[in-house]
Design a protein around this ligand. Structure first.
Ligand code: FMN
Length: 303
C-alpha cells in the first residue's frame, strides 16, 4: 500500500512524525536510524531567545506514563537554524519547527524568522504558554487568545503551513479547534500533555521541583483518541494525532478516528528507535488488517 500522506501542502512518505520535545533537535537521533525515512520531524519547541527551563527534578515516572516540567528549555531559534538545521535531511524529510512565546506579537516575530528559512517546511504553534499581558491565562484555554495567536502566526508565516497544537486541559477541545480553524490554521495537532502531579508520601515532597507537570505516554492514549475523534467531527482541516503512540496498531487507531498523520513522543524515551520501527512495521500491519488506502481507512470508525 502507498504510505504517502498529504496535508496542508506537505507530502510525507508515511504518517509517522516525531513529537516536539521528545526527539531533541533531530541530530541527536541520527545514530538510532535514518532520519530520511521518517514522515516528518517536529523539533524541540523554540523561542526567540534561549531558555534555561525549570529547576531539577523535571521528570518523574508514573506507572503508565511520565510527568515533565522542562519549562520549555531550548537553544533559541537562531542557534537552531544556524547550527542544527543544516545537519538535518530537510530536503527529504520535512522539518517542522515548534514555536512558543508568551505574547501574540512575539509569536508573529518568531514565525516570520522561522518561516523564512528554506529548511523549515511548516510551523507548529504550541499555545500552552501563559499569556503574560492577559494575566497568565493560557493561550490554549481561551478560544479568543488561541485565535489571536493563530492570526499573528498566519500573518507572518508566508506560504508555510501553520499547524496549531491543542492542549487537552480544557472543557471543550472542539471549541478550541474551531477557533484555530476559523483564525486560519492549516492543520491541528493534538494532544499536548495532561496536567498532573506526583508526590512522595515518605519525604512529603513533590516529585517535580515545579510541583505540577505534563503527563504523557500510554496513560494518555484514551484521552488523546477521544480528543482527536471529537475534533475530527468539529473541523474540516487535517488533524495530527498525538498521545501515547508506541505501536503500529496505535497509529492505525488514530487514523481510524480521523487523524491524517501521527506524532510519536514519549515512546522515543523508552526506545530511541521507536519512530523508525513504526515506519518499518506499519505496511505489514496494514496488509494484515486489509487497509488498502489511507483515504478509505481514515475516519472509518463504525461508531
Ligand atoms: C519531555 C517532553 C518535552 C516536551 N516538549 C514539548 C515542546 O517543547 N513543545 C510542544 O509542543 N510539546 C512538547 N511536549 C509534548 C509532546 O510533543 C506530546 O504532545 C506529548 O508528550 C504527548 O505525546 P506522547 O504521549 O506520545 O508523549 C513535550 C513532551 C515531553 C514528554
Amino acid at each position: 500500500m502507498d504510505m504517502t500522506v498529504s496535508f496542508a501542502g506537505l507530502t510525507l512518505d508515511n504518517p509517522i512524525i516525531t513529537a516536539s520535545g521528545t526527539f531533541g533537535y533531530g541530530v541527536e537521533y541520527m545514530r538510532f536510524g535514518d532520519l530520511g525515512r521518517l514522515g516528518a520531524m517536529v523539533v524541540k519547541g523554540l523561542s526567540l531567545e534561549p531558555r534555561r527551563g525549570n529547576l531539577m527534578p523535571r521528570i518523574a515516572e508514573t506507572p503508565a506514563g511520565m510527568l515533565n516540567a522542562i519549562g520549555l528549555q531550548n537553544i533559541g531559534a537562531r542557534e537552531f537554524v544556524e547550527k542544527r538545521l543544516p545537519a538535518l535531511p530537510w530536503a527529504k524529510t520535512p522539518v517542522i519547527a515548534n514555536l512558543y512565546a508568551c505574547e501574540a506579537e512575539e509569536f508573529g516575530e518568531l514565525a516570520a524568522y522561522l518561516a523564512a528559512q528554506e529548511g523549515i517546511a511548516a510551523l507548529e504553534v504550541n499555545i500552552s504558554c501563559p499569556n503574560v499581558s492577559e494575566g497568565g491565562i493560557l493561550f490554549g484555554q481561551d478560544p479568543r487568545l488561541a485565535a489571536r495567536v493563530t492570526e499573528a502566526v498566519k500573518r507572518r508565516a508566508g506560504s508555510k503551513p501553520v499547524i496549531v497544537k491543542l492542549t487537552p486541559n480544557v472543557t471543550d477541545i472542539a471549541a478550541m479547534a474551531r477557533a484555530a480553524q476559523d483564525a486560519g490554521a492549516d492543520a491541528l495537532s493534538l494532544i499536548n500533555t495532561l496536567s498532573g502531579m506526583a508526590v512522595d508520601a515518605r519525604t512529603r515532597r513533590p516529585r517535580l521541583a515545579n510541583v505540577v507537570g505534563g503527563l504523557s505516554g500510554p496513560a494518555i492514549k484514551p484521552v488523546a483518541l477521544r480528543c482527536v475523534w471529537q475534533v475530527c467531527q468539529a473541523v474540516k482541516i487535517p488533524v495530527i494525532g498525538i498521545g501515547g503512540i508506541a505501536s503500529a496498531e496505535d497509529v492505525l487507531e488514530f487514523i481510524l478516528v480521523g487523524a491524517t498523520a501521527v506524532q510519536v513522543g514519549t515512546a522515543n524515551f523508552i526506545r530511541p528507535d521507536a519512530a523508525f520501527r513504526l515506519v518499518d512495521e506499519l505496511p505489514a500491519l496494514c496488509a494484515t488488517l486489509g487497509v488498502e488506502s489511507w483515504d478509505a481507512y481514515r475516519g472509518s470508525l463504525k461508531a
